[in-house]
Unconditional design. Structure first.
Length: 239
């Protein structure tokens, strides 16, 4: 089932020259996915009843034509490629002229809220979402993010309470915002980037001491989040 809604961008979404930011795009896609789950009975308010919650594992976003502030957007999403413990969700954003502006895919897992372990995606979940075969990218799977051998700079931070979501982890969009902070000034001024890849590996919690390392490799800006020797996340940005 393809789920769609019209959304209008707000002032908080505006970036350079009135075009919406990558943060706004992630927020829009996150919300449409949440609304779809609400509609089929596996949304935010159903977590306690179902005993499971969706956890985001990966983002891959491509901006084809960046929408502007104030535009009414048609946002579409659907589930696909269900496996035993993970599934993909794809997205499309169209502008008022019905032009395809953004495509994206993501990978999700169900987590048991009681034991915090990965839960099996049951036939009931699959049937409710009415899985589609359509993929916005040619590749069915999101390619693995590469970790550079050498880094140019390092930035350290500790998440604050404003970074933490309802699951007790740093909210997924904040990884992108922090990644921008570590970019060299020249790279920062080049934003927004039209390609975003975020690979979430280990959640960041309040009180963690995180080291972010920056590299430029294969024409990509790469930021690796680490807590001691554990890799938490890899962010890639490029045009």
């Amino acid at each position: 089932m393809i789920y769609e809604e019209e959304m209008k961008t707000g002032i908080e979404d505006a970036g350079k020259n009135g075009f919406i930011t990558n943060r706004a795009i992630l927020r829009i896609l996150e919300n449409i996915g949440g609304y779809h789950s609400d509609n089929v009975g596996y949304g935010l308010l159903d977590i306690e009843k179902n005993g499971v919650s969706w956890f985001l594992l990966d983002w891959k976003i491509k901006v084809i034509k960046r929408p502007k502030y104030g535009e009414k957007l048609l946002v579409r999403t659907w589930g696909r490629n269900v496996k035993r413990v993970s599934t993909n969700r794809d997205y499309e954003i169209y502008n008022e002229n019905k032009e395809l502006c953004v495509i994206g895919t993501s990978k999700w897992a169900l987590v048991d809220i009681n034991n915090k372990k990965i839960a099996k995606i049951t036939p009931d979940v699959i049937n409710r979402y009415e899985i589609e075969e359509k993929s916005v990218f040619e590749e069915q799977e999101i390619e693995k993010a590469n970790i550079p051998e050498q880094f140019i700079s390092t930035y350290t931070f500790k998440p604050t309470r404003r970074n933490i979501d309802l699951n007790g982890h740093m909210h997924n969009i904040h990884y992108l915002e922090i990644a921008y902070e570590i970019l060299p000034e020249g790279a920062y001024k080049e934003r927004p980037y039209n390609n975003i890849r975020i690979d979430y590996k280990k959640e960041i919690k309040l009180g963690d001491s995180i080291t972010c390392k920056y590299a430029f490799q294969d024409n990509k800006h790469i930021i690796v989040f680490k807590n001691e020797d554990v890799i938490n996340c890899i962010v890639e940005l490029w045009n």
